[in-house]
Ligand binder design. Structure first.
Ligand SMILES: [Cu+2]
Length: 149
């Protein structure tokens, strides 16, 4: 009886051998949204994404605004310009991609409520490979950070 059990355990162990493929997952950290004055037409959100395999942030959604977009900022002829990354944001395997003021960021367009410090913004992040995730980004005043627009 005992040896039967041992054999069964061995078979189980073999079936559960480590997979050769790394599962697609994205670690999200340090999320926050910038507090905006009442009546603001949009707001910026920032976070750090680390993907386990080469992946892509495809879209961002939120019930707190009409829609979410993925933006980048770049210097063109001495002027800081912002543009939407329609194809999403590339996340190389194992590399922390930092979305921050003055660089890549998430933008929520048409907030349904004032983005007041102390509140939170739920953000649903959709990836090409990793499962989608919903996080709660705290709203913070960011007077010290670089202006967004
Ligand atoms: Cu933007």
């Amino acid at each position: 009886m005992k040896s039967y059990f041992a054999l069964f355990a061995l078979t189980l162990a073999a079936a559960c051998a480590p997979a050769t493929e790394t599962p697609a997952a994205v670690a999200v950290s340090g999320a926050w949204c910038r507090a905006a004055p009442v009546g603001a037409l949009s707001g910026g959100c920032y976070l750090t994404l680390t993907a386990s395999v080469d992946d892509q942030l495809v879209s961002v959604g939120t019930p707190a605004a009409k829609r979410g977009e993925i933006h980048t900022m770049s210097m063109t002829g001495g002027i800081m310009r912002m543009r939407q990354l329609k194809d999403g944001l590339t996340l190389p395997a194992g590399k922390a991609v930092v979305l921050k003021p003055g660089a890549e960021h998430l933008m929520i367009i048409g907030p349904n409520q004032p983005l007041a410090a102390g509140g939170t913004v739920p953000l649903t992040l959709t990836f090409k490979k990793a499962p989608a995730q919903t996080i709660q980004a705290p709203i913070r005043d960011a007077a010290a950070a670089a202006p967004h627009h």
